[in-house]
Design a protein around this ligand. Structure first.
Ligand SMILES: *Cc1c(COP(=O)(O)O)cnc(C)c1O
Length: 389
């Protein structure tokens, strides 16, 4: 057996994104015991930083010890009991996953289905909420499978109005576009580390409101999932001093998350979201100058996830294979109904720089030219540079 030496790649797919050297270096710091007093101080610091990033001063903010999907599973398993009604807005793959999980939690699931590429329609969600008392309204803020952003403030407001708890998937939005849990008055918000936070995958930061906590502690039956049972996990993450063993925190992974939070506050959360918007504008100008089109209407486009329609006659997978081989560049494929029809280009966290924009345009135009499609790289780069200034 030999050590694994991964190739150097440029990550511009739907996640993971490029991890900066300072975060990689943090991962290699010495492992200490998870009940070490120094580690407990570090846990408190991490909680405070998450609560600042989510803008959730009154929520319980902790990182769950598994990838973004664990946040989704924790939300559904903790909030739902058999027979509860759960309305799920589905406008892509992750909304579909939420509905599947809600069903596994024993809920009566009502989906509000949308065409992929559309934002969630608050009017249709309200109709579903008005039909019967609902325990949970779940939706995805930034649908990574399509690149569409939905109006989280409006949807959380509807949940409040109809007495439901809101579950908001912010896996791709956190760190890339504004996430304001306090202003939304959201109940269970979860994210991931490998999208716009640019840490390695494997952790799921969550923010849980007082209302949601009361619903969990007041359950009729135990949470069926032991690891993610909020009542048990908070005895580990919640108390200062009185911390008892629950699981062994992924210590070094948490160093990585912590360093990525230090980096985002150094830059400024607002500045980071402006950077994502600028890089998106430059990429979009270049993409359009090259003769390509976007799936999502400009108004609802996510800057960090650009869904570009594959032109007729172009082999979608061959283009991705070309840019990977020639440029070490990873682009994302379409999922579900969009398979073979789109590329998903991520501009997330450390992968949202002018250099990434130019590299992507250059590589993409070259790959298209290799298939005999006219895509003018000089025009694409000039259009992007005009936006980058
Ligand atoms: C990536 C992603 C997830 C799942 O996160 P994992 O870390 O892959 O488990 C969930 N929701 C959305 C919107 C995502 O983009």
């Amino acid at each position: 057996m030999q050590s694994f030496q991964p190739p150097r790649r440029i990550l511009m797919g739907p996640g993971p994104s490029d991890v900066s050297p300072r975060v990689l270096a943090a991962l290699a710091r010495p492992t200490i015991g998870h009940l070490d007093p120094e580690f407990q101080t570090f846990m408190e610091d991490t909680k405070a930083a998450l609560s600042r990033l989510f803008n959730a001063p009154d929520h319980a903010c902790i990182p769950l010890p598994a990838p973004g999907t664990a946040g989704m599973e924790a939300a559904m398993m903790n909030l739902l009991e058999p027979g509860d009604r759960c309305v799920v807005a589905v406008n892509g793959a992750f909304g579909g996953r939420m509905a599947d999980m809600a069903g596994r939690a024993g809920a009566t699931v009502v989906t509000v289905d949308h065409d992929w590429g559309q934002p969630v329609d608050p009017a249709r969600v309200e109709t579903a909420l008005a039909e019967a008392p609902t325990k949970v309204l779940a939706f995805v803020h930034a649908e990574t499978s399509t690149g569409a952003r939905s109006d989280a403030a409006a949807l959380c407001g509807l949940a409040r109005k109809h007495g439901a708890l809101s579950v908001v998937d912010c896996v791709t939005s956190l760190g890339g576009v504004a996430v304001d849990v306090a202003a939304w008055d959201a109940d269970f918000v979860y994210s991931g580390t490998q999208k716009c936070l640019s840490a390695p995958p494997g952790l799921s930061p969550v923010a849980i409101s007082k209302r949601a906590q009361a619903a969990i502690t007041g359950r009729k039956e135990k949470v069926r999932n032991w690891l993610l049972d909020f009542n048990l996990i908070m005895a580990y993450w919640g108390g200062d001093g009185g911390r008892t063993y629950h699981h062994t925190a992924p210590i070094n992974a948490l160093y990585g998350l912590h360093e990525s939070l230090v980096a985002i506050f150094e830059e400024g959360v607002q500045a980071a979201s402006v950077r994502h918007a600028r890089m998106h504008e430059a990429l979009a100008a270049g993409i359009e100058a090259a003769g390509l089109r976007f799936l999502v209407d400009a108004k609802w486009r996510l800057p960090q996830l650009n869904t570009v329609i594959v032109p007729d006659g172009v082999d979608e997978a061959a283009v991705r294979a070309h840019v990977l081989k020639r440029w070490d560049l990873e682009l994302g494929a379409g999922l579900g109904p969009l398979k073979g029809k789109v590329w998903r280009i991520g501009l997330m966290g450390a992968s949202a720089t002018p250099w990434h924009v130019r590299l992507c345009l250059t590589a993409l135009c070259e790959a298209l030219a290799a298939q005999g499609v006219k895509a003018d790289v000089e025009q694409a780069l000039a259009a992007a540079d005009a936006k980058l200034g």
